[in-house]
Ligand binder design. Sequence first.
Ligand SMILES: [Zn+2]
Length: 70
Amino acid sequence: MGIIAKGAKCNVTGCDKDGMRSLTTSKVEGTGLSISTSSKRTVLCKEHYKEWKKATKEDRDVERARFDRF
Ligand SMILES: [Zn+2]
């Protein structure tokens, strides 16, 4: 959480809000969020963190639905 303490901004393209969470970049890619970072950590603001959580939850729901058929 070190970079958050330094006042890092959200890494989503076009967003300049204060970062709230830092996540592994690979976990943020592929969730529909457009991020601009070359770092291994991606900083998200409160709103984009919520969006990310929603996106990953939907992924899990899809996987569960697929699993239930077997
Ligand atoms: Zn943001």
